[in-house]
Ligand binder design. Structure first.
Ligand SMILES: Nc1ncnc2c1ncn2[C@@H]1O[C@H](COP(=O)(O)OP(=O)(O)OP(=O)(O)O)[C@@H](O)[C@H]1O
Ligand SMILES: [Mg+2]
Length: 454
């Protein structure tokens, strides 16, 4: 969608009130590293992290439309807020510059532009500190991956890390960096290759000398220099346009960079880790990715399995760990263990957004349980149903997935409701076999948690 491709990983928390804001926002984003998360309460949404920006989009109908009310709500938020609706400006002397308001009939481009402005963030971040959350690897395939990490960490060979979105490719890259005895002393510089504006590639990667162009008031180190003696992590490498690929290749071959506006080349000592969720050999075959760059980056290839491949034990392990980290000792001691209906529901859910999506769900459930101090089935099932509805909206918005026949989905849902969600009766009612009904429910992401909506 136009206007919304400018930023990297992003969480959009949506408080929709009585509007259909969640699905409208979801439809604006085809990018997989953008999560649209429905919330009921602005104060429970977690703040942005170093790796992910966060923004709230709130329907005015949920809180009120006077500027004073909005400003007051906004102060309670830990992240920038975009208000959707018609501002009631009567009684206000001047429009408030601190409120970002979109009309109810906003376009995706306007939404994207406002988000980009509010989340204006560097395209790269440096970090030497490991993330607080533990890296969970219970399944056999993940243990095998950790074994590979151990084997290849302490060498300087470039590694290409492949895997679906949200599986933990950046976490694996960080592990490779921190386990490297020498390089872990240097910086880990992560660059989102899909978010580098054309025309700024050189100054971002090579840096620039003072006065190199209008506005270059001081000299600036590029990513290559910052990662010197450390690790350069090229995230979303499959999104790097061809004309930028050739510039990257030259540095990887020569090991030297020259700042824009300078004539003096500098040698850099880099280990390059790259990650992608795309099929690079296919891009190479299609002429969209340079073969020479591919071979240089993929000296070693590592594959991070999807959550589905890891099995339900891993899903529950991650879910449990995130929830446990949210609860204090006292709550952990007083609350009964995770109920089996909840672990079963999580085990049976599919997570196209992989670990990231599962973590988000676990955080939302954890925060809710913390507030209620109980595993309230009604509340939590409603939350699960809401998540599945969003998954469905995202699925619908994605060009990579076949469009659902919404009329058929509604027909199946109605039939289930009419027949008390009994599969046999519903199948008979629709004149199809139980197997076909089951397939339709799977395809349309319909599960028992949807009952709560009714
Ligand atoms: N094995 C794991 N244990 C615990 N948390 C994990 C694990 N793997 C990933 N995560 C968490 O899941 C989220 C996504 O991880 P990460 O950013 O590394 O994925 P990615 O594959 O790089 O995603 P993308 O394709 O969107 O760039 C992060 O919050 C990360 O901390
Ligand atoms: Mg990543």
């Amino acid at each position: 969608m136009k206007g919304v491709e400018k930023f990297g990983a992003l969480d959009i928390y949506v408080l929709q009130g009585d509007t259909d804001l969640v699905s409208r926002v979801s439809r604006c984003f085809n990018r997989v590293d953008v999560n649209v998360i429905p919330i009921d309460d602005l104060t429970v949404a977690p703040a942005a992290t170093a790796a992910r920006a966060a923004v709230a989009v709130i329907a005015m109908s949920a809180v009120g439309s006077s500027a004073a009310t909005l400003a007051q709500c906004q102060r309670a938020s830990v992240m920038p807020v975009i208000w959707v609706g018609e501002l009631d400006a009567s009684g206000e002397r001047a429009p408030r510059a601190d409120l970002h308001v979109l009309p109810s009939a906003f376009t995706c481009a306007a939404l994207g532009g406002t988000i980009a402005k509010l989340t204006a963030r560097a395209h790269a971040h440096e970090s030497d500190t490991p993330r607080a959350s533990p890296f969970i690897a219970h399944s056999e395939c993940m243990r095998a991956l950790l074994h590979e990490v151990d084997m290849f960490a302490d060498c300087d060979t470039n590694v290409l890390i492949r895997g679906e979105t949200g599986v933990g490719k950046e976490r694996v890259a960080k592990l490779l960096h921190t386990k490297h005895s020498r390089r872990s002393q240097g910086a880990f510089v992560a660059v989102n290759c899909g978010a580098i504006p054309d025309g700024l590639f050189e100054s971002h990667f090579f840096g620039h000398a003072k006065g190199a162009f209008t506005g270059a008031v001081s000299a600036h180190e590029g990513y290559f220099e910052r990662a010197d003696r450390g690790t350069l992590f090229l995230d979303e490498i499959g999104d790097l346009p061809l004309h930028q690929q050739v510039k990257l290749l030259r540095v990887l071959e020569d090991g030297a960079v020259t700042r824009v506006g300078s004539a003096v080349p500098m040698c850099v000592n880099l280990r390059v880790l790259a990650a992608t969720n795309k099929d690079l050999p296919r891009l190479v075959a299609a002429g969209m990715f340079r073969a020479d760059l591919y071979y240089r980056l993929a000296v070693i290839e590592m594959y991070v399995p999807s959550l589905q491949e890891r099995g339900s034990g891993e899903k529950i392990g991650i879910f449990r760990s995130v929830i446990g980290s949210l609860f204090g000792e006292e709550l952990l001691a007083t609350l009964p263990d995770l109920p089996s209906w909840l672990t079963d529901a999580v085990a049976n859910m599919r997570f196209p957004g992989n670990v990231r999506e599962l973590r988000n769900l676990a955080e939302r459930i954890g925060v809710t349980v913390k507030q209620m101090r109980a595993w309230d089935p009604q509340r939590l099932q409603a939350l699960l149903a809401q998540v599945q509805k969003t998954q469905a909206a995202l699925w619908l918005g994605s060009p990579e997935h076949p469009r659902w026949d919404m009329a058929d989905r509604t027909r199946v849902l109605d039939a289930l409701a009419t027949n008390g969600w009994r599969r046999q009766d519903t199948a008979q009612y629709l004149g199809i076999s139980r197997k076909v009904l089951w397939e339709k429910m799977r395809k349309y992401h319909i599960s028992d948690t949807e009952r709560v909506r009714a």
